[in-house]
Design a protein around this ligand. Sequence first.
Ligand SMILES: NC(=O)c1ccc[n+]([C@@H]2O[C@H](COP(=O)([O-])OP(=O)(O)OC[C@H]3O[C@@H](n4cnc5c(N)ncnc54)[C@H](OP(=O)(O)O)[C@@H]3O)[C@@H](O)[C@H]2O)c1
Length: 385
Amino acid sequence: MNYRTHRGFRVSEIGIGCYALSGVYGHKDQDEFQQMVRRAVELGVNFFDTAGSYGEEAEELLGKSLAPFRKNVLISTKVGVVEGTKFDLTSRSIRTFLERSLKRLKTDWIDILQVHFDDPDTPVQDTVATLEALKNEGKILQYGVGHLPPERALEYLEIGKPFSLMFELSAVSRSARQRFFPLLEKYEIKGIAFSVTGRGMLAFKSVPESFPPGDLRNYDPLFQRDLRASGMRVRQKLDELARNLGKTLAQVAIAWVLSHPQIICALCGPSTVPHLEENVKASGWQIPPEELRKLEALLEEEDKRLARERLETTTQILSASSSGETESTTLIYALDTLIELGFIKEKEGLPLYLRIMRLDGMPLNEKRGASQSIKDELLSYLNPV
Ligand SMILES: NC(=O)c1ccc[n+]([C@@H]2O[C@H](COP(=O)([O-])OP(=O)(O)OC[C@H]3O[C@@H](n4cnc5c(N)ncnc54)[C@H](OP(=O)(O)O)[C@@H]3O)[C@@H](O)[C@H]2O)c1
């Protein structure tokens, strides 16, 4: 395992996350997960990520598994999600949720406390003041911010001194490079990349058409339409490269993330020992420069093609006259495209996303009208009057 350093912290290139324990990727066996965490420590992983909102059991399991090695590992957990889609970064909320996390994780301190999501109602100055106070009290050693639009991340960087920005980055989800890398360089901080195997798209033996009910990937734009098709083309290229290099697809996918010096840690989400053991072997070697250059040229072409195709598809989706309600998955795809292509600012997108996610719980008679109104609103961003 190789390590990267930042502000005196020595972080393993591969980190392990506990999001899967929240059930987003289907049911996971807790004993197996615990074995995976213990094996990760043996293999040199020293960075473990969780969140209060992944469910009490996720933090408890991590606390129990890491207790014997606590001084030798770094734990990152997150605050700001009160429940579901309710966000609160007031001092009172941060302190309450941090205390709960400390207890569940069986530790007196958190190495990196992450702002999980934005709370537009709490000024960044106030959140930073709370986080700095917690640092002075020794309850946290560093803080980072995640899931923020770049303009909000910039506020944190201007006002506070975060250790890191956390964002999704994989060969099938590349936009963080344009959105966040300039900030990382200007403010001399590091990126923590998550979903580095594209939530499995760059690791599975084959990518299923759909996932069992309840799996969040059934809504995930990455697994729909043009994004899926583009992801599958990238997957094929990485797979060919992997075979030429004597590596696996997942190892090449993670090594691509680690080819960026701006990244301090590639956070993976395996839930079994064999998947972990495969993934950690992505550290300790590099994709040869000539192969990396060819891959980047291909990804640049893919970016252009994808932008063109997504715009066409989204225009069709939003312009089609529909007799029934538009499916949530389709609306999320359209919203994601409009954000990605700059028609909608990220901070305006979140409330729309939350409205779409609420559609599935609505009575049928309300759902049709609500879905049409979201569709009309999305269309107004695409074709402003
Ligand atoms: N996803 C997010 O929105 C998000 C946001 C903030 C932070 N994070 C942090 O980042 C961590 C990693 O994110 P993620 O879980 O989305 O990452 P990921 O590793 O890209 O996706 C996890 C999925 O990939 C599969 N997988 C991983 N390695 C595999 C391998 N070698 N072979 C076959 N399948 C493999 C896992 O299957 P198995 O379960 O079968 O191993 C699981 O279905 C999270 O746990 C969390 O701590 C995530």
